[in-house]
Ligand binder design. Structure first.
Ligand SMILES: [Zn+2]
Length: 212
């Protein structure tokens, strides 16, 4: 069975499952258990095997993976809707997974600073430090006291509109802690289309993850 067919069957099964739901707004950074559960229950992709033919999302675009085995430095490239992964013959699943995650991290590192710089004068708050993490239940989080913001590595798979939404959402938390009316009013003022960005973020499947 092809990787694509296997994935399709998995997605169909997953979507028909009784408890799976798309996470609700605000599932990104709130600590409340109910919302965490929603992100945990979100539709997830089948486990990636990192083989040719498998699909992987890059900035919201579904790309076909092509694994090219050759000696030398391992690296990843995008060519149209193909994700090219150059790896030595002996690169196993873990090595290929790590290579892709490192590449995704670099993609985010390139885009996040410009977004923060753009939004700081508008939101009138400073991000003193930011980091990228793999997070099970949140798209982003922040520490209001220190101005440190964390971004989920998964954001590299979503359209850049979604990354910008999380940047603005977390920075808005530097002004208002909770998802209350004041928070929504701030978001409406800064980013009038934030709801559609949020819905887009939550609509696509999350990566399959084996969380410890
Ligand atoms: Zn939030």
């Amino acid at each position: 069975m092809s990787a694509l067919l296997r994935e399709l069957i998995h997605v169909l099964r997953t979507r028909e499952g009784p408890v799976r739901e798309i996470p609700r707004p605000g599932a990104c950074c709130v600590e409340r258990d109910g919302q965490r559960q929603q992100l945990q229950d979100a539709v997830r992709q089948s486990p990636r095997e990192m083989v040719t033919g498998e699909s992987h999302y890059v900035w919201g675009v579904r790309c076909r993976l092509k694994v090219i085995k050759r000696p030398g430095r391992a690296h990843v490239e995008v060519d149209g809707d193909r994700l090219l992964m150059y790896v030595p013959e002996d690169a196993d699943l873990d090595a290929r997974t790590k290579l892709l995650q490192d590449w995704q991290r670099k993609q985010l590192r390139v885009r996040i600073p410009a977004l923060i710089t753009r939004w700081e004068p508008i939101i009138e708050r400073s991000v003193t430090r930011w980091s990228i993490r793999r997070m099970k239940t949140k798209w982003g989080s922040c520490n209001r006291e220190t101005g440190h913001v964390w971004f989920n590595l998964e954001l590299a798979k979503k359209h850049s509109r979604c990354l910008e939404y999380i940047v603005v959402h977390e920075m808005a938390h530097l002004r208002e802690r909770s998802h209350n009316d004041r928070f929504s009013a701030l978001m409406d003022r800064f980013m009038p289309d934030w709801r559609s960005r949020r819905d887009e973020l939550n609509a696509s499947p999350l990566a399959h993850e084996e969380w410890d």
